[in-house]
Design a protein around this ligand. Structure first.
Ligand code: MN
Length: 500
């Protein structure tokens, strides 16, 4: 791995705020404090320890986090690894930054006790607790882990395997759920390198050869698309080429019998425009210029991918009749795809105390979904507090499985984990609808309550007003903690009512 010494200027450059900004002053102060505290320490790579702190902070600045989070990133290892204490940080930098660092320190202190499974469970539990109290802690932890993965070659092989495994099982799904594509894909490729080095290197070879071969062609396509958009009066923010990650290319190759000619999106052209209307106009212009391949237009703007991803993808016969994938999206969709939940810090005021103060007043914004699941998380934590295993199992299904979107007949979008049933759908609309559900109509046909919901379906729940409590058998097939909790509560209440 290439290792260049990160400097505070790199961090400030990534932070992208003009000189004189308060945030920059805070970052500089945090740097001076961390630098003095870690003075003389070196990492396994032989690099000064502060290099790790600066690299973590640079990742945070790059994905658009606020000054306090970047400052906390600079000082994240101070209480754990230096003589300076958390109390000093609180005094110098205030309770908000100190609390974030405390959260990271707590996450780090997992002792290897018991079986591997117990260890994993404990790891999960702490991650979720941290997420519930301050999501920024988990984002710092992701940045910290990314830099540790980037410098993994300096550790003994046995440790490399353990850390890469843990990253794949815990950090990659969390980055995915938080929508931080930038961190997720780099972490995934690094895990792939350490866990399956042979497959990694052979895929990388294929990728490099192909990209080199396509370079001139993609440039030509970009120029032609730009020219066409200009002549049609479409204002674009950017048109650029992007190469697929190594791990995701490998997955695609496996799906297509290792035939690289059947992978159309190894290199794609991405068009970034100002608004949704311009996305569809661009699609029309592209199709007028280049003949589209039938069945390859994917409109993830009107039907987002399970992780919330939005874009229009189309595969066309580009210049010289060669197959080319084109992706069209707005700048906001682009930032959300790369930075996920962190993009909200980018788009909103940078002055907030905690994620709650920051999110809660704006209930109807895009961030609503993320806020809701963090809040649900805390609720269920209380509810299932005395059964940690069930708590974690439920969370894995609710938060980390890929999600699907189904619709009510009124067009409301209901988000569910993959494999969810009609009953889960009903409870996601409203507890009363769940309790009184007797069946459902799907494309005009009746389906049973235990049927699986699929992405994009329009489902009408049929209810019976006289029915007030659910069937206990539903517990055998429902997937979400929300439905499970509601069914149990309703049954309990119905029994109580009968006894009285
Ligand atoms: Mn660290």
């Amino acid at each position: 791995m290439k290792q260049t010494l990160a400097t505070i200027d790199d961090v400030l450059h990534a932070f992208k705020t003009p000189p004189g900004n308060e945030g920059r002053k805070l970052i500089l102060q945090a740097y001076e404090f961390a630098n003095a505290a870690h003075n003389g320490q070196v990492r396994a790579s032989g690099m000064p320890y502060i290099h790790h702190c600066l690299s973590t902070a640079r990742i945070l600045a790059k994905i658009g986090m606020d000054a306090r989070t970047v400052a906390a990133g600079l000082m994240h290892d101070v209480p754990e690894d230096t003589p300076e204490t958390l109390a000093t940080i609180a005094k110098k930098f205030g309770p908000d930054i100190a609390q974030m660092i405390e959260g990271i320190t707590k996450l780090g202190k997992i002792k290897l006790r018991g079986t591997k499974e117990e260890y994993k469970l404990e790891n999960w539990r702490r991650m979720f607790l941290a997420m519930g109290s301050d999501i920024r802690t988990v984002i710092i932890k992701l940045a910290d882990r990314l830099h540790n993965m980037q410098t993994l070659e300096h550790l003994p092989q046995e440790k490399q395997q353990r850390i890469a495994n843990e990253t794949m099982e815990i950090y990659v799904p969390i980055a995915n759920r938080l929508g931080i594509g930038e961190i997720r894909s780099e972490l995934t490729d690094l895990c792939f390198l350490y866990l399956h080095p042979d497959a990694y290197h052979s895929t990388k070879n294929i990728s490099e050869t192909q990209i080199k071969e396509k370079e001139i062609y993609v440039k030509k396509a970009i120029e032609e698309i730009k020219k066409e958009l200009k002549s049609e009066g479409i204002i674009f923010v950017d048109v650029h080429g992007r190469a697929k990650g190594i791990h995701s290319l490998h997955q695609k190759l496996l799906k297509h019998d290792m035939d690289i000619n059947r992978v159309y999106d190894l290199v794609a052209v991405r068009v970034i425009v100002n608004d949704i209307a311009a996305c569809y106009e661009t699609l029309g212009i592209v199709h007028k210029k280049f003949h589209p391949m039938i069945g390859r237009i994917k409109d993830y703007i009107s039907l987002p991918k399970p992780n919330g991803y939005q874009s229009i993808h189309t595969t066309v016969f580009g210049p010289d009749g060669r197959v080319l994938e084109i992706q069209i999206r707005t700048q906001k969709m682009h930032d959300e795809a790369e930075f996920g939940i962190a993009a909200h810090w980018l788009y909103e005021s940078r002055k907030h105390k905690s994620w709650k103060d920051y999110f809660l007043p704006k209930k109807n914004e895009v961030s609503k979904k993320e806020v809701e699941w963090v809040m649900q998380l805390q609720e269920w934590q209380k509810e299932l507090g005395n059964n940690p295993e069930e708590f974690i199992e439920g969370l894995k299904v609710d938060f980390l499985k890929n999600h699907i979107f189904a619709f009510t007949p009124m067009g409301d979008i209901i988000e569910l984990p993959e494999g969810a049933s009609i009953v889960d759908f009903a409870y996601a609309i409203h507890t009363d609808i769940g309790n009184s559900a007797t069946g459902a109509r799907l494309n005009g046909k009746m389906v049973s309550l235990d049927s699986t919901v699929h992405n994009g379906q329009i489902i009408e729940i049929i209810t019976d007003k006289n029915r007030k409590s659910p069937n206990a058998d539903w517990l055998t097939f429902v997937k979400t903690s929300m439905a499970k909790g509601a069914i149990r509560r309703s049954i309990k209440r119905a029994r109580k009512a009968q006894e009285e």
